[in-house]
Design a binder for this molecule. Structure first.
Ligand code: SF4
Length: 954
């Protein structure tokens, strides 16, 4: 039987679909053979362009709309409405059949090209799986998953689930909740409706909500009547009183609809609706505005007047329908326009329950005028920049506002969101159980009542909070109170709550604290834009502008010693930007200390900034302590630091005046964007970790410098971005210079191409994964190794199922691997010693797995082995690294496939190894439930890596 690209996509997204699609297919392949023969003849004839090409190897077939002849051979090209997995796999297959390196997609008239090799490992794996007969499934239907949406077998599977009374019939039930219920034998909606027994891993709130939902649905099935229960009437305080100018909005794709009107997103905004905008499904107005960098201020204002009726309904009511959609709610509505109908229904319930409308904080005239003034100022900056083609500069002007606006939006939304929404919000935690200690009354200098709250957490939904973090506790009735994390582990959060008045309530959720304001970073960028607008079409001389424009720093000196070359290049800088990409072990810190020493000896003023206080202090700690240096402390000043700690920016500025000769100042972007500090620009500003430092922050700090040096590596841990931004403006400073490339282009800076850490056998796969094969091992790294185990990266497969954030099977394999390493002889350039458990570093993706591994290692007597998540180990190294991938499969991953298989994370984990890296992984980790082209790229990257590794000898 033959198969094609759509069979690959079926296999990629859902094994069950793959089985259904292939069952009973006829095997006639005559037409395919004839079409393939015609294409072969066209290829032999050598035309410049071949249309409707078909390839068929007797089993697998694929097509390409056009084959374009290039100097290196034919390349396939398809014009498609969007870049889907089918389009990409189909072209990759055609490229493979042709032996071409590149393939091209035309979407919306724009051509994008990709390297076939980026997807070939996945293509090969899927083809190999297709070649095996599909396993006969136990049931005729599959479990609900993202791929069901739009699946051609959706009805078939829905009917199967219906007949089986499957739990997925319960509205709002998530896959992880289903799994927990099934594990204790509750596998039908009827069983859930009847049960009183809560699975220990399900929170009280979820269990109560799900059983009540199941009962209500079962009742509707019996009576045929749609009903509802009011569960949180107080949520309706956020429903405004009806008004004449109310707008009822429905959004379908790019079409915006209100009663009697239809148009696009910009047309809707330009109609400037004045009243409350009611909508039932999310409309992501802010993201739409941000992506196009248009009408952002108008949308900000509009969003304040939007009311999400869908969220309010889910929060206030429990309805007897299977889905909470407008269509399902229709039997409860009295209006022809269902959105208005839901608003009226909620209004009625609000009145019946005597709920008062919450007084919406009216922004006073002065605040409104300030907002309007800010919008006018932004437009006055961005519009002329855009008109001159400086779209990236214009996008940078609004970056900080866009970046903080989702955080502020979330800050307010989370306080009134349904608990089910908070459970799936990875920034929040909904504890399974809670208990509080007694209040400690105010005494001495403590003016508030304090108590500790112990929150038990579902370890399969990891909480995001760390010790000492400011959080908010959410209480019933949308009340929030501040707290601090006193202690945390994957199972429990201990929170210290402080309040002016004791109370006897327990919180229901833990929410993040308030976002950090962007000022004065945004102001620094705006000031630079202002200078630019005055000069247009010219631009002011500023290293931040060079960075935005990717202006090369001039002819770059070459020297056998790259440190000397960089120092010479910095000396030559005359108001420009130089980039240095430093892969793991390539001597980035060494270079920074040499560069600082050199500059200070020349009497230069040097600033060092980075992504955090800690990162800045790491650089200050590594330079010669006799250099005059200063940095404002994060909190209270610490003792015994080799640098001065002025208490504020004024004191820091005075310190600089007192040290007129060469000096070094450390600080975060907030320090260097401050007007007092940037009044005296530094000769050189070094941005360390520039692969994680936002481009807009770099532009902000560049206003305090004459020259900019970017040090870092965008191929290691990625930059964290929260907002939606126009393309390109969400990059890191160094990532922006690299663009799509894996290494810095030669004319923009230096690539530190030699690692002193990794043995060539470890370095080569890492280099191919992340550095286009350009990273090599230094001579000194070649002569090291572990007795009896060849250096390199190994795979150790461990079969396990249903593990998500922890796997005892993998933890046992970690212990066994450590045992096989400890006691062997370590040779490093002629010196030998015996390896101990301290020579092994273990990386796991989730804190829970870190704990499980730590415990098992301790039980086995390996207390010295370092175990942690990858973020903890940047900069560290060890003779051997073990990596536990933990999850059994990609289904249900709490932080997504993108997190688990991130190329950056793999790079950081593997590149800690001096001689040996062992990846421990389930053989099913890379099968099924892969969605979208970017996920395909990740899986293919991991498969490509696995093709190069050896099996670990066990
Ligand atoms: S409906 Fe869902 S479970 Fe059924 S075949 Fe399609 S994707 Fe798979």
């Amino acid at each position: 039987m033959h198969a094609g690209p759509s069979d690959l996509v079926d296999l990629l997204e859902c094994e069950h679909r793959s089985y259904l699609a292939r069952a009973g297919r006829d095997g006639d392949s005559r037409e395919l053979r004839e079409a393939a023969a015609r294409t072969a003849a066209d290829l032999r004839a050598g035309a410049d362009l071949i249309e409707n090409a078909t390839f068929f190897d007797g089993v697998f077939h694929c097509t390409a709309q056009t084959l374009v002849r290039t100097p290196s051979g034919y390349e396939p090209c398809d014009e498609v409405p969007e870049a889907t997995p089918l389009a990409v796999l189909s072209l990759t297959a055609a490229a493979q059949a042709l032996g071409s390196e590149r393939a091209h997609l035309i979407v919306d008239g724009r051509r994008t090209s990709f390297r076939a090799a980026d997807f070939t490992p996945l293509l090969n794996r899927l083809k190999a799986r297709l070649a095996q007969p599909p396993p006969a499934p136990k049931r005729s239907w599959g479990d609900v998953r993202a791929a069901c949406n739009g699946c051609r077998f959706a009805r078939h599977c829905a009917a199967g689930r219906e007949e089986a009374r499957d739990l997925s019939l319960v509205a709002g039930l998530r896959a992880d909740q289903r799994r927990k219920l099934v594990s204790v034998g509750i596998d039908t909606i009827d069983a859930l409706a009847a049960t009183e027994e809560r699975p220990a891993t399900l929170s009280h709130a979820s269990f109560a909500a799900l059983t009540a939902q199941a009962r209500l649905q079962v009742q509707q099935e019996r009576t045929g009547v749609t009903t509802y229960e009011v569960v949180a009437p107080e949520a309706l305080q956020h429903l405004p009183e009806p008004a004449e100018d109310d707008v009822f909005l429905e959004v379908e794709g790019d079409t915006f609809r209100t009663p009697g009107w239809e148009g696009t997103f910009p047309e809707f905004v330009d109609r400037t609706p004045t009243g409350t905008v009611y909508h039932f499904t999310p409309h992501d107005l802010v993201a739409r505005a941000a992506r196009t960098a248009t009408r952002e201020s108008e949308v900000d204002e509009l969003v304040r007047r939007c009311v999400d009726l869908g969220a309010l309904t889910r929060r206030a009511l429990r309805v007897s329908t299977r889905e909470y959609t407008l269509q399902a709610l229709k039997p409860l509505l009295r209006d022809e326009n269902p959105t208005r109908g839901v608003r009226d229904l909620l209004q009625r319930i609000k009145r019946e329950h005597g709920v008062e409308t919450a007084v919406k904080e009216e922004r006073d005239e002065a605040a409104l005028e300030k907002a309007a003034e800010r919008a006018r100022r932004m437009a006055a900056l961005t519009e002329p920049l855009m008109a001159e083609g400086h779209t990236l500069f214009a996008a940078t002007v609004g970056y900080h506002r866009r970046e903080s606006s989702p955080a502020w939006g979330d800050f307010f939304r989370q306080a009134s969101a349904p608990i089910s929404d908070l459970e799936t919000d990875s920034n929040c935690a909904v504890p399974i159980t809670l208990k509080a200690e007694d209040w400690v009354p105010p005494s001495g200098r403590v003016r508030t009542h304090k108590r500790q709250v112990h929150a038990r957490i579902d370890p399969e939904r990891p909480h995001p909070f760390g010790k000492d973090e400011q959080v908010r506790l959410l209480y019933p009735g949308n009340v929030t109170r501040n707290a601090v994390v006193a202690d945390d582990n994957p199972y429990e959060l201990v929170l210290t709550e402080s309040t002016s008045q004791e109370h006897g309530e327990l919180p229901v959720a833990v929410l993040p604290g308030s976002p950090v304001p962007a000022a004065p970073k945004d102001e620094a960028v705006a000031e630079l834009a202002e200078q630019a607008v005055h000069l247009l079409p010219l631009l002011p001389r500023n290293p931040g502008i060079d960075l935005l424009l990717r202006t090369p720093p001039g002819q770059l000196p070459q020297h056998p010693d790259v440190v000397q070359a960089v120092i010479k290049a910095v000396d030559q800088l005359d108001g420009g930007t130089l980039a240095v990409q430093g892969p793991p072990g390539a001597g980035k810190t060494y270079l920074a200390t040499k560069l600082v020493r050199h500059l200070i000896d020349q009497g230069k003023t040097v600033a060092v900034t980075s992504t955090s206080h800690k990162a800045v202090e790491n650089v200050l700690s590594s330079v010669d302590p006799d250099i005059p240096m200063a940095k404002r402390p994060k909190g209270k000043p610490e003792e015994d630091l080799p640098w001065d700690q002025p208490k504020d920016n004024g004191a820091l500025a005075r310190w600089r005046e007192e040290h007129p000769q060469g000096h070094l100042v450390g600080g975060t972007a907030w320090t260097f964007a401050n007007a007092v500090i940037k009044a005296q620009p530094f000769d050189v500003m070094i941005i360390d970790e520039a692969g994680q430092f936002a481009l807009a922050d770099a532009v902000a700090v560049a206003t305090a410098a004459r020259n900019l040096v970017l040090l870092g590596d965008p191929q290691q841990l990625p930059q964290v971005v929260q907002g939606v931004h126009p393309p390109g403006s969400d990059a890191s400073a160094l990532g922006h210079l690299l663009g799509d490339a894996d290494v810095i282009p030669e004319h923009l800076g230096y690539f530190l191409a030699e690692t002193r850490r990794m043995h060539p056998a470890v370095c080569k796969p890492v280099s191919e994964l992340s550095y286009a094969g350009l990273l090599h091992s230094h001579e000194t790294a070649c002569h090291r190794g572990i007795e009896g185990i060849e250096p390199g990266i190994y795979l150790r497969e461990v079969d396990h199922r249903h593990n998500i954030t922890s796997s005892t099977e993998e933890a046992d394999a970690v212990v066994d691997t450590v045992r096989r390493i400890v006691g062997r002889t370590w040779t490093d350039n002629g010196r030998t010693r015996e390896l101990t458990d301290a020579d092994v570093l273990v990386v796991a993706p989730y804190n829970l797995q870190v704990r499980v591994i730590r415990r098992r290692l301790a039980d086995a007597g390996f207390d010295e082995t370092r175990v942690g998540t990858v973020d903890r180990f940047q900069g560290q190294e060890a003779p051997a690294v073990i990596m536990s991938m933990t999850s059994s499969s990609t289904v249900d991953l709490p932080r997504g496939l993108d997190f688990l298989l991130s190329r950056n994370r793999l790079n950081v984990a593997l590149s800690r190894a001096q001689a040996l890296a062992v990846m421990i992984c389930s053989p099913r980790l890379l099968d099924a439930d892969v969605r979208g082209v970017e996920q395909m790229r990740l899986v293919a990257g991991m498969l490509g890596l696995l093709e190069q590794v050896k099996k670990f000898p066990v």
